[in-house]
Ligand binder design. Structure first.
Ligand code: BG6
Length: 491
């Protein structure tokens, strides 16, 4: 049972960095699946742009190879591969000179078509690309520009990037991607909270004990050492993905689904976060770095070995305790954690409700566990609501904690679209709801910067943890000090 699809009028998508990892691994497969579903139609053009000289045919071969990996996802897709590739072109461009720009402008001369420029290049190039697009008359009202993180490495650099983009494009033309917002289960959080009357009355400090947000990965540095070692988990995951999830859990009901109504509410949450700075960083945050270990039964080297250096203090793990200072959430901790080379790949949000005020059951037989709402982002996308139930049969009134289980795969069937599929189509249709507005990005950096600054002056190095574990023991202590534990899925 999938939603019906409205085909898009033919458009032009131009990817700067068309031969890069993001393009080949995420963007082109996403576009291909939208084509297979009939959302992208003939007449659409997808241009991969990069510095090297190569023919359309050579580029299509690379794209074909990249797409082969996703063909198994949909039985209809093998037959669609060649017609899709007909829509893919390669153009050579030099971002620092005039090479290629006039030709590009000539090809994109039809102002009536939606043009999406996807800047899958470093943020230091955004300003330059924007200026050249403007100089060649390519920044008109039907133009949209998509930018990827990292949107800076701190508040000042984010402001500079936003200023550079803002000189050429209106805010409504700029789509800042946080791909977590395109995940089905993340969008479902909005549906769950605001499409059901059940949760809202309980969604507050009076009834919620705490919230946990985890994004655990098994991968290590992959091929991104030079980016990642400068970034670290706080900038790479917390500043964007985890804070966006926190916003969706904590925001007030927006008045509508309009992009600004939602983004206004998220912004208020970011601004209400209690600052963590010099004085509180050591109690409220834990950073870690993985050592050699085994992940999914396979031995893996430590971070420093993967990096080939022994002097890096970059964190590959962060756990922290945040607080949203408003009436709804006063006193409710939001525990966030993320890390590389952890025991399993798993992202989830767990909302733990308060205990029943008085138990009428024999607590010695089965203590009453608090209700928990578990929103599983990946893998096994779905929602579980943990409730106390009577164990059927004789033998007295015995209770057991069991989940009401809504697995997306079982309930809706079919393949779950990748985040980029939704997000790219939203750009083409001009819906910025799932994209970050300038002020959100800047508010998030404003909260992150003091944590970073406190770590930098601290004499303490990141705490080591063994690859394949759940992070440093200090992360366990962070939550257990408060008499709580990290959620473990028990079924
Ligand atoms: C990216 C980070 O934004 O998200 C990566 O830069 C991380 O370091 C990735 O691996 C995780 O995304 P997902 O969708 O696999 O959870």
């Amino acid at each position: 049972m999938t939603a019906s699809i409205t085909p898009m009028a033919p458009f032009d998508l131009i990817i700067f960095g068309g031969t890069g990892d993001l393009s080949l691994r995420k963007l082109l497969p996403a576009l291909f699946h939208r084509y297979v579903d009939g959302q992208i139609v003939a007449g659409t053009r997808i241009f991969g742009l990069a510095r090297d000289e190569q023919s359309d045919e050579a580029y299509r071969n690379r794209v074909r190879e990249a797409l082969q990996k996703t063909l198994a996802d949909d039985p209809r897709s093998p037959g669609a591969l060649e017609p899709f590739l007909e829509m893919v072109f390669y153009r050579r461009i030099d971002l620092s000179s005039d090479t290629g720009w006039a030709g590009l402008a000539a090809e994109l001369a039809d102002e009536s078509r939606v043009r999406v420029f996807y800047l899958a290049v470093g943020p230091d190039l955004f300003g330059n690309v924007g200026a050249r697009l403007a100089a060649h008359g390519l920044a008109g009202p039907n133009t949209r520009v998509v930018v990827e993180k990292p949107l800076g490495h701190d508040l000042a650099s984010a402001v500079a990037i936003n200023d550079a983009l803002g000189q050429v494009f209106a805010e409504s033309q700029i789509y800042r991607i946080d791909h977590y917002l395109g995940k089905e289960t993340v969008q479902n959080l909005i549906a769950l909270r605001f499409g059901n009357a059940l949760f809202e009355p309980l969604w507050k400090a009076e009834h919620i004990d705490h919230v946990q947000i985890t994004a655990a990965e098994t991968v290590g540095l992959e091929r991104r050492a030079s980016y990642y070692d400068k970034s670290g988990a706080l900038r790479d995951m917390v500043q964007n993905h985890l804070l966006q999830l926190l916003c969706l859990v904590a925001m007030e009901p927006p008045s509508s689904l309009s992009a600004d109504a939602i983004r206004d509410e998220k912004l208020k949450v970011l601004r209400a976060l209690r600052p963590i700075d010099g004085g509180s960083t050591s109690q409220l945050t834990v950073r870690g770095q993985y050592r050699a270990g085994a992940v999914e039964g396979r031995p893996v080297p430590g971070y420093l070995d993967e990096l080939g250096r022994d002097d890096s203090r970059t964190e590959t793990f962060v756990a922290l305790k945040a607080e949203v200072r408003n009436w709804r959430w006063a006193g409710v901790p939001f525990y966030l954690r993320t890390g590389k080379r952890l025991a399993e790949r798993m992202s989830e949000i767990v909302v733990t409700f308060r205990q029943v005020p008085h138990s009428i059951f024999d607590e010695l037989v089965e203590p009453i566990a608090p209700n928990q709402l578990v929103i599983r982002l990946q893998p096994d996308e779905g929602v579980k609501l943990w409730l106390m139930n009577k164990v059927p049969g004789p033998g007295g009134l015995r209770l057991r904690r069991v989940p009401m289980d809504l697995s997306f795969a079982e309930t809706f069937g079919g393949r779950q679209p990748e985040a980029y599929e939704r997000l790219l189509m939203d750009v083409v249709r001009g819906n910025p709801m799932l994209f970050m507005r300038r002020d959100e990005v800047e508010a998030a950096w404003n909260w992150i910067d003091p944590i970073r600054a406190a770590w930098e002056v601290s004499s303490e190095a990141p705490k080591p943890y063994t690859a394949g574990s759940w992070g440093p023991s200090a992360a366990v202590a962070l939550i257990e000090r408060d008499g709580r534990t990290w959620h473990e899925d028990a079924g």
